[in-house]
Design a binder for this molecule. Structure first.
Ligand code: AMP
Ligand code: FE
Ligand code: FE
Ligand code: ZN
Length: 288
């Protein structure tokens, strides 16, 4: 059984529509795929409709969060949430707030580039996004590719969009402990995404993961394209010590990144644990 639990569609910063993503997953021989767009569930319905018999779709999302860096500052972390209740008002309100943050912030970044003479139109950039989709730097990167400013999304990031760079603008993301509790309260299963992806910037220490485990974190994404072998081994040891489940996933973004579907995979036992935890919380909710 081949399982990939972290992918993005055009509902956020991927380039495949949800239906195309499902078709690509089928072609790649995957049996289970999770759709985890940033801060939105907008792709779920189309993906569900596209799933053929014999393939399973796990509904999820990736939440934009911050964690204390231990030195008085904050670092960006991503939290995957699986099988949460989309009727959870708290979670939906927080996703809506994050999407608005994303729009305002991307508009600001584009405006600052336009003011410096780059051929980007901030309003058109946002108007072109589907409703309830999450705006992200990859959308601005693609606009720069289309305008011929750079040759690739990766080059756009390296030259203009990198975190802390000239045009980088921050965003008020969710405190990661609060996000863990919110996903749990909505019956979902929180898993920390790419915790050791050092090329994106500073990463959390083991102390933060320890604290999150006490708050209800269920697992950590160990096998991820941005993780070194050494970091995977350390994360696996930490997960064993804290009784956290471990996942492996591609973090597929279509043409926006080089990762392909099924590049990293999750063990069936880990998926079973995720489904058990989600089911148990349903029973708890029904039982009061
Ligand atoms: P944002 O959420 O707007 O801050 O943008 C971060 C997103 O950009 C991540 O979710 C990645 O999908 C993407 N990203 C970051 N670095 C790169 C890169 N070098 N090439 C392509 N995509 C990237
Ligand atoms: Fe992304
Ligand atoms: Fe992420
Ligand atoms: Zn992701």
């Amino acid at each position: 059984m081949r399982i990939d639990l972290h992918t993005h569609s055009t509902a956020s910063d991927g380039t495949d529509t949800p239906a195309e993503l499902v078709a690509t997953a089928v072609a790649a021989g995957l049996d289970v795929i999770a759709l985890t767009d940033h801060d939105t569930t907008a792709g779920w319905a189309e993906a569900v409709d596209a799933v053929p018999a014999g393939v399973r779709l796990i509904r999820g999302a990736e939440f934009s969060c911050t964690a204390p860096d231990g030195r008085g500052g904050h670092i960006s972390v991503h939290l995957l949430g699986y099988l949460f209740d989309p009727a959870s008002e708290a979670l939906m309100a927080e996703q809506a707030r994050l999407r608005e943050e994303r729009r305002v912030r991307l508009h600001t970044m584009a405006q600052r580039m336009a003011a410096d003479g780059f051929p980007v139109d901030p309003d058109a950039l946002l108007d072109d996004l589907p409703q309830h989709a999450s705006a992200g730097r990859p959308h601005l990167a693609r606009a720069l590719v289309s305008a011929g400013v750079v040759g690739s999304v990766d080059e756009a990031f390296r030259r203009y969009l990198v975190t802390g760079g000239r045009y980088y603008t921050g965003r008020a993301d969710t405190d990661v402990s609060a996000a863990v509790r919110m996903v749990r309260a909505a019956g979902g299963v929180p898993v920390l995404a790419h915790a050791m992806a050092r090329r994106r910037g500073p990463v959390v220490g083991p102390g933060v993961i320890d604290e999150l485990a006490a708050e209800g974190l269920a697992g950590v994404e160990v096998d991820h394209p941005d993780h070194t072998g050494e970091d995977r081994a350390a994360l696996r040891d930490l997960a064993a010590a804290l009784d956290l489940l471990t996942t492996g996933s591609s973090d597929y973004h279509g043409a926006n990144k080089t990762a392909y579907l099924g590049q990293e995979t999750t063990d069936p036992e880990a998926l079973e644990r995720i489904e058990e935890l989600a089911a148990r919380s349903c029973i708890a909710a029904v039982g009061g």
